[in-house]
Design a protein around this ligand. Structure first.
Ligand code: OGA
Ligand code: MN
Length: 295
């Protein structure tokens, strides 16, 4: 859509690879408006051969929205958020396959949207590959926009117009109760969001559903769980999924309002490090409308 960059599709239904751009040089009044337009349109942007430093990663993220700070409560006043590492690396080694930290990384292998459990959810995640594995360790995206458009009416009608309850511990309970009981997974009260969000730029609707969902408005727990499972299974069929095998220097940006994502297993003795910065949604990203629908 932008004549400024060459793009090639990631799948038939969503996502593009963007060529010929150095993300370290993007600025709000040069390339960013075109990138943002592609983000709204395609839901996922992939870039190769980037050498994104921590400060440039943060600068790029700030153009999308306020940097999300999950550790605000742990920081001294005046200290800001930093690039987060999604990593199993420790000094001189890797975390053990059953360590709580590895279990937390394994919990990311459930389809989810980041930060639906926070009072302000995330607009996008910008992941940059720093250390990659020789096998496995893909990051997969599923288009909840393409899936919603293709979903049979009878399934749609069961979830449309309802709100969903999200909390962080829900997605960890399925992996390990010891993990779920850690303070990190219990510090935000449960949030409610509409099951379907409308993109304010192009009006296209998408499901906002994740492994963090513990409740469907108006349904008993078992009925709600079965519906969430069915809807998520529909959304994650191969025709709606892109599976990314990482190379060092790849940067992948996704729209949390139109995709779910997950990691895939890898040989846990191998190190794997992705640098991640999430931005928060703002009212004009559709958040004001979503809040209005949950009142
Ligand atoms: C994340 C995430 C999955 C992966 O960074 O939010 O879910 O592939 N990552 O590590
Ligand atoms: Mn995630």
């Amino acid at each position: 859509m932008s004549p400024r960059f060459d793009t090639t599709p990631l799948t038939d239904s969503f996502g593009v690879t963007v060529h010929g751009i150095n993300l370290s040089e993007v600025s709000p009044d040069t390339d960013f408006p075109a990138l943002r337009a592609m983000f709204e349109e395609h839901s996922a942007l992939l870039f190769h051969d980037q050498d994104l430093s921590g400060p440039d990663h943060m600068r790029l993220a700030e153009m999308f929205g306020p940097i999300e700070d999950r550790k605000k409560d742990e920081r001294a006043p005046g200290e800001g958020p930093e690039v987060a590492l999604v990593s199993n690396e420790t000094q001189g080694g890797v975390t053990g396959a059953m360590d709580l930290h590895t279990l937390h990384l394994k919990a990311n292998q459930q389809w989810h949207i980041d930060s639906t459990f926070m009072p302000t959810p995330s607009l996008c995640n910008i992941l940059a590959a720093k250390v990659v594995t020789t096998e496995g360790g893909q990051t997969e995206l599923a288009s909840t926009r393409a899936a919603w458009a293709a979903m049979p009416k009878d399934l749609k009608s069961q979830i449309e117009g309802r709100t969903l309850g999200h909390n962080y511990r829900r997605s960890r309970e399925r992996i390990s109760m010891e993990l779920a009981n850690l303070p990190l997974f219990n510090k935000w009260p449960a949030q409610r969001w509409p099951a379907v969000w409308k993109n304010p730029v192009n009006g296209r609707e998408a499901l906002f559903i994740a492994s963090h969902v513990y409740d469907v408005e108006g349904m008993a727990a078992s009925e709600g769980e079965a519906l969430v499972d069915e809807v998520m299974a529909f959304c994650t069929q191969p025709q709606f999924v892109y599976s990314h095998t990482w190379q060092v220097g790849d940067v992948l940006v996704w729209d949390q309002r139109a995709t779910m994502h997950r990691g895939t297993p890898w040989p846990y003795e191998q190190p794997r490090t992705l640098a991640s910065v999430c931005c928060s949604m703002t009212d004009s990203d559709g958040l004001a409308e979503a809040r209005g629908l949950t009142m």
